[in-house]
Each structure stands twice: as C-alpha cells, then as structure tokens.
Design a binder for this molecule. Structure first.
Ligand code: FE2
Length: 231
C-alpha cells in the first residue's frame, strides 16, 4: 500500500515541535485516567502494556484534551482506532519495559490524510529517536531478521520491511549512547532527525511519516500517551 494523497500529506509535514499545553493538574488527571482504564493488550514479546483512551471515563478531561490539541493542530480528526461501541479513541497509553524497535505509525488506510502524532510523556526517563527517513506505506516495523520479514500482517498489524536501509554505516557514538538495543546493521543508511528527551509536562508534535524508535535509556519502565491524527 502507498498513501494516495501524498502531495497533501507532504504539504502538512514540518519539523518536530515541543509544546507545553497541559498543566501539572491535567497531567495528573491523565495519569489517573490511565489507572482507571481497562487493559487492552499485554504483549509479552515486546514487553509492553497498552490501554486505549476511551471516552466518558473522565468527560471533563476528554473535552480539555480535544480542545487543547485543536489549539496546536488546527482542524484534525482522531485516528486511534475505535472503541467497541464505535467511538473515537483519544490515544494509546504505552507502558513499556523494554525499548520499542524501529517502526512508523503511518496508518493502515491508503485514502486517509495522515497528519501529526502527539506524544505526551507520563514518566521522565527516556527518549524517542526520530530518523530523517520518512515512510508513506502502511504502518511498518523495520527489521533485518529474515524470519521476521516473512510475517504476514492482519488488517491492523504492522508490515515488516527492510526497505529503510541505505549504504552508509550508522554513527557508532550515537548507537552506543542511544540505540545499543538495536543491531547497528539494522540502522545502515539511517540518520537522526531529532532526539526527543522525555520530560513530564511537555508534549511533542511530530509527523506520522517519520521512522522512529525508543532509545535504550529506560529506567525500569516508560509510560507515555500517543495520539494519532489525520485531516
Ligand atoms: Fe510509534
């Protein structure tokens, strides 16, 4: 699959941007909401626990969140899958105990105009590494493992690909400092666009077409909220 409205998607792209839109109290409310929500998946292999932000658990916070995102994103629609009752989910909470591998969250529908993702750290130690390379196909996990490359994804699962690779050896210093959990050969040809050091109270707005992963810097676990949007 390739995205159909490529020119429109590209016209909406821009540099990653740090913002401060949530008060301390609101961050606290978001964490309390996380505790309240039912567990959605616990992926033992990736060692990640996920919950979806379902509406109506805290209606006041639902409203605040949607309108604060609107202030920074302009018009947007949620693109985080739907709840069982067909309502938009407002984001996905990730509690990870190991760093997430290289991937892109570019979506699953070729005719959608994918827009920004908003990452809100809810714990303080960690980084998200954004690479310069962009991807305009389906959501994909990038690997050099020949067995994993044979994986046939279901409708809502990531593709597997090694098409992110280039020729140039990856920077050894950066690899050692941030990406020691990833085989350096799986980073060949990749260059860093931006390293986002997590800070509670901040959010990061970044294009959905950027390939990214977590850094190896993790203190027991990381908790964050990501909201995917489209136009
Ligand atoms: Fe991601």
């Amino acid at each position: 699959m390739e995205h159909k409205y490529l020119d429109r998607i590209k016209s909406l792209e821009g540099p990653p941007k740090k913002i401060n839109i949530f008060s301390e109290q609101e961050i606290k409310m978001i964490i309390e909401l996380y505790d309240l929500l039912p567990e959605r998946t616990y992926n033992k292999k990736q060692n990640v626990r996920k919950k979806a932000w379902e509406q109506n658990y805290n209606k006041e916070l639902d409203k605040i969140y949607v309108s604060k995102l609107k202030e920074v994103l302009g018009d947007y629609k949620m693109d985080n899958l739907k709840s069982k009752s067909g309502e938009d989910l407002y984001g996905l909470f990730h509690e990870s105990f190991e760093p997430l591998p290289i991937h892109v969250d570019s979506g699953f529908a070729p005719d959608e105009i994918i827009y920004k993702q908003v990452i809100t750290p809810l714990s303080s130690v960690g980084d998200t590494i954004f690479f310069k390379k962009r991807w305009y196909g389906r959501s994909t996990s990038f690997t050099i493992d020949s067995e994993e490359l044979k994986f046939k994804p279901k409708a809502d699962q990531n593709d597997r690909s090694n098409k992110h690779l280039g020729d140039k050896e990856f920077d050894k210093e950066i690899h050692k400092k941030y990406l020691s959990h990833i085989d350096i050969n799986n980073l060949r040809g990749m260059e860093i666009e931006f390293i986002y050091e997590w800070k509670v109270g901040e959010s990061l707005i970044v294009d959905r077409t950027h390939i990214h992963c977590a850094s190896s810097r993790i203190d027991h676990k990381k908790l964050g909220l990501t909201t995917f949007t489209k136009k």
